[in-house]
Every structure is written in C-alpha cells, then in structure tokens.
Write a protein that binds this ligand. Structure first.
Ligand SMILES: *[C@@H]1O[C@H](CO)[C@@H](O)[C@H](O)[C@H]1NC(C)=O
Ligand SMILES: *[C@@H]1O[C@H](CO)[C@@H](O)[C@H](O)[C@H]1NC(C)=O
Ligand SMILES: *[C@@H]1O[C@H](CO)[C@@H](O)[C@H](O)[C@H]1NC(C)=O
Ligand SMILES: *[C@@H]1O[C@H](CO)[C@@H](O)[C@H](O)[C@H]1NC(C)=O
Length: 231
C-alpha cells in the first residue's frame, strides 16, 4: 500500500466517524398529547454558549387537524419589533419566538420555519437546507407560505409588560406535513424551538436561545432538532 492510499483510508475513516457521531448528537425529547392536555418544554440556555438565557416555555398539543403551540417568553423587557414589517418579512432581526418542525425521525433537509413577533406578525416558510447545517456554499432556499390565514395558520399574541411576559399561541395545520385529519396520534417529529432577545440599544446583536442549543450561532442545524412523539 502506498503512503498516499493509506492516508486516504485514514481520511475516509475520520469522515465516516464524524458522520456517525453527528447522527448520535444527544438531543432532548418530548411526548405531546392531544389537546387540551399539553406537553411542555422549558429552556434557559443561550446558543451556542449555553449561558443563562431568559426562561422560555413551549406548550404543545394536537387536534384533529392542527398542532397547537403556545410560546411563553418570561423576563421579557424589550418587546422589540419593527412595526413597518408585515407577514413573512425579516422579523427574525428583532425579537421572535420560533418553531422549526418536520414530520419524520431523521435529521431533516426540509422543514417548516414558523416565527411570531411581539406584535403578532408571523413568518412562515419551508426551508430547503440539504447540508442540514447551512454549510457555506451549500444551497439554502426559502419557500414562503403566502396565505397563512387562508391556510388556517394563525397566531394570537398577548403582552403583559408588568409581569415581563409575552405569550403567543399558534395553530399550524397538520396537512402542511401530509398528516391527514385525525391521523396525528402516534406520529414522530423532529422540532426545535428558539427565541431571540434584542433591544433598540443592542440591535442588531441578538441573544439567541434554544430548546436544543446548536453548537454554532445558527438555528438551521437539524442534527440538533429534538425528538417529538405524538401520543
Ligand atoms: C434552567 O432550567 C433548568 C432545567 O429546567 C433549571 O433546573 C434551572 O433552575 C434553570 N435556571 C435558571 C437560571 O432559570
Ligand atoms: C424597520 O424596517 C424598515 C424597513 O425594513 C427600515 O427601513 C427601518 O430602518 C427599520 N427600523 C428600525 C428601528 O430598525
Ligand atoms: C394576531 O394574528 C391573528 C392572525 O394570525 C389574528 O387572528 C389575531 O386577531 C391577531 N391579533 C392578536 C392580538 O392576537
Ligand atoms: C387569544 O389569547 C387570549 C388570551 O390568552 C384568549 O383569551 C383568546 O381566546 C385567544 N384567541 C384565540 C383565537 O386563540
């Protein structure tokens, strides 16, 4: 064997080892019952450093035709949004709470990105991210959902400035994931939940938080998506 071919074998082994360990990224899991019961996650760790982050709660349940998600931002003091932005604008530059959702068990290449801002504006799009980590130079495409209200994708937002709490709930049709009405029980999902914190004085530098914090300052890293099972 030449030294070059043994070097190539070594490189091949190292690459295979890396892909196995990324499939084994330890991620959290959640059981989600049918409404009105809920499955709940809370998180308080920043992305990517896992330092303190304002406590954030997400309650989920499913109905015959939808996933119902309630996001609760605690210790919220900025309530920062840009009121010139509307549906599907870049609301993620300000403060948002987000859910990334895929029906299946593998690390997805395509998933729904849903976001809501403190003024109840929503962003909803399917993302095509074939590198699964938004690798430099790889495709990364965005397919906007242009008629969310017609589709039944709705939000509801209440702000309580005295108790520093922002609550947004969202109803997301199961049909977006090809789950037929009444067929959600027993399905498996990969999801992650995020929140951004920024104020007029810190803009555009955001504090990022996640249920399952990726190891880089990016939300689009699907090996980190948690495992969700509808019971
Ligand atoms: C963060 O969350 C963990 C797990 O839920 C909890 O044990 C801990 O007390 C929380 N820390 C803060 C500062 O809220
Ligand atoms: C809000 O968004 C508009 C349109 O993108 C932009 O011109 C403006 O500078 C933004 N305002 C703030 C305070 O960021
Ligand atoms: C929020 O947006 C939804 C549509 O997604 C709308 O039905 C609702 O009235 C809005 N307002 C509040 C305060 O939630
Ligand atoms: C919106 O939220 C308010 C306060 O939590 C609640 O009373 C109302 O029923 C909600 N509306 C919808 C359409 O979910």
């Amino acid at each position: 064997m030449t030294s070059l071919s043994s070097l190539l074998i070594l490189i091949g082994t190292a690459v295979a080892g890396a892909s196995v360990s990324s499939q084994r990224t330890a991620v959290p899991s959640l059981l989600v019952p049918s409404c009105p019961r809920t499955g709940t996650v809370t998180y308080n760790k920043s992305v990517p450093d896992k330092t303190d982050f304002p406590p954030t709660k997400v309650d989920l349940c499913y109905t015959d035709h939808s996933i119902e998600i309630t996001f609760t931002a605690k210790h919220e003091t900025n309530f920062y949004f840009n009121d010139s932005q509307g549906t599907n604008d870049a609301i993620w530059q300000y403060e948002v709470m987000e859910a990334f959702i895929y029906q299946g068990t593998n690390d997805p290449q395509t998933y729904l990105e849903f976001e809501v801002s403190p003024n109840n504006v929503t962003f909803q799009a399917f993302i095509y991210n074939p590198s699964k980590v938004r690798a430099a130079g790889a495709p990364f495409d965005t397919f906007f959902i242009t008629e969310p209200l017609v589709d039944g994708l709705t939000a509801n937002t209440t702000l309580d400035k005295l108790s520093e709490t922002w609550i947004s709930s969202a109803s997301i049709p199961l049909g977006l994931f090809n789950v037929d009405n009444g067929k959600a029980k027993g399905t498996d999902w990969r999801m992650n939940f995020f929140r951004t914190v920024v104020s007029p004085s810190s803009f555009p530098d955001q504090l990022l938080g996640a249920w399952s914090p990726p190891d880089q300052a990016s939300f689009h890293m699907t090996p980190f998506f948690g495992k969700v099972h509808f019971i």
